[in-house]
Design a protein around this ligand. Structure first.
Ligand code: NAD
Length: 338
């Protein structure tokens, strides 16, 4: 039985089996797929239904050079404004495909099949797309909603465990921000959540609901959407300082650290701080930062989200509730060093 969630006026999420959903929701006109080589190899029956452009993998491929190559391939195929672009892949593919679709011939319609847990709960939902410029992540992009997102948890069976776990960091994040029942669920199912597809789907849907609710209130990140950055201020800085951890792993470390900071400031009770750290630990995250705090804070200073020397830090006040605190870099430095 499919689950259908209206993300907003323009965009619908379909959760179910990909083959059936493609038949139902992809418009009956010319479709060009943008994907990567892993997905092309693992899911030929899904990808090869349509004309296909394959992009490279990793952050190094999320660039304007890749975007230009895709434009050229679209032009060579004779794609026009009525062509529908279908991004099939994780966050790298959907970020590039969304940006290409938003800009090719001033914009064509697009949809996604999201194939990583991180993509399903985060990257494909919310209408942000974009690419990296030099060392800066997501520096160029647009806000534009895909017409649909298809998420099939069965596709997560082929995802390497490390990637699956990375996506779970964003699920825990959503739970800590706004859904205590989801947190209880993950905590109680931490032992088998990666292997029981029903439990995984339940957690995925809970996280999507949190993100969709927040994005519906604040599409362009002027206010409440900032809550979604829980764990990200320190997480991004850790990610920038070392290649040892991926995004989800860095967010997990950032969340653990910020829970301790909130506790030491008297904002979060000890029991909740321990539960946050405990669930991440049970899910298998290594919570010790691979870089020392002084280095992490040096990288925070350079973070692009810093506006007029003010840092917005998301702090948990209890499980299911967070606040955005504004502080100078010096204040942030001081509380992190407590
Ligand atoms: N637009 C947004 O709002 C938003 C939000 C969060 C993250 N992001 C972006 O998402 C990107 C990370 O996305 P990601 O974590 O999905 O990584 P990814 O797209 O790099 O995918 C990870 C790896 O898994 C492979 N893969 C994907 N699906 C698979 C499957 N079903 N089976 C086997 N292998 C599979 C990919 O080929 C890749 O090698 C980052 O660039 C980040 O900035 C965007």
């Amino acid at each position: 039985m499919d689950t259908i969630i209206k993300i907003n006026e323009e965009s619908t999420l379909y959760v179910g089996r990909v083959a059936e959903l493609l038949d139902r929701v992809v418009p009956k006109r010319r479709v060009v797929v943008i994907t990567d080589a892993n997905i092309e190899r693992l899911y030929p029956d899904v990808v090869r239904r349509y004309e296909c452009i394959v992009i490279g993998q990793g952050e190094e491929s999320k660039t304007l050079q890749t975007v230009e190559r895709v434009y050229r391939e679209l032009m060579a195929l004779g794609a026009d404004r009525s062509t529908f672009i279908l991004g099939i892949g994780g966050g790298i593919v959907t970020d590039v495909a969304g940006f290409v679709a938003a800009t090719y011939m001033r914009g064509v319609e697009f949809g996604f099949v999201s194939t990583t847990l991180l993509g399903q709960v985060d990257a494909s939902v919310g209408g942000k797309n974009g690419v990296n410029v030099v060392d800066y992540k997501n520096m160029v992009g647009t806000f534009l909603q895909p017409r649909f997102v298809i998420s099939d948890v069965e596709m997560l069976r082929t995802l390497p465990m490390r990637e699956l776990r990375a996506g779970m960091a964003e699920v825990v994040k959503s739970a800590v921000i706004a859904d205590v029942a989801l947190f209880d669920f993950i905590e109680s199912r931490a032992d088998d959540i990666f292997s029981d597809m029903d439990a995984l789907q339940h957690a995925m849907l809970g996280a999507v609901a949190v993100k969709a609710r927040i994005v519906a209130e604040d599409e362009h990140e002027g206010g409440i959407r900032r809550l979604l950055n829980l764990g990200h201020t320190l997480g991004h800085a850790i990610e920038k300082s070392t290649h040892e951890v991926n995004h989800g792993e860095a967010v997990a470390i950032g969340m653990g650290l910020i829970a301790r900071v909130a506790f030491s400031r008297g904002m979060l009770c000890g029991e909740d701080a321990l539960r946050i750290v405990g669930v991440l630990d049970k899910l298998g995250f290594e919570l010790k930062s691979p870089v020392n705090m002084a280095q992490v804070l040096g990288a925070v200073k350079l973070d692009k989200k810093r506006e007029n020397d003010i840092i917005r830090v998301v702090l948990p006040v209890k499980i299911g509730e967070c606040v955005v605190a504004e502080m100078s870099f010096e204040e942030f430095n001081a509380i992190c060093m407590l």
